[in-house]
Ligand binder design. Sequence first.
Ligand SMILES: [Zn+2]
Length: 82
Amino acid sequence: MTPIGCQEALQRLYEYLDGELTPDTTEEVRRHIDLCAGCYPEVRSATEFRDALHRAALGQPLCPDALRRKVAEMLREEGLSA
Ligand SMILES: [Zn+2]
């Protein structure tokens, strides 16, 4: 079996994270991203992105306090410029 390349690994990354690949392909992708430093940043950001999506889907904001501060800030700026 020829190991898959970076392009194929990254193409299948989201399916891999979603568990939508066949066991064989899952294994190939996993083996590649385990060993490939080039794919590592992509894998990391994709994983974080999926985690964020999952949290959002569960109705849990990433960081409620930061969000609330941001909104308060925006409202204050709105008030000053009006
Ligand atoms: Zn790679």
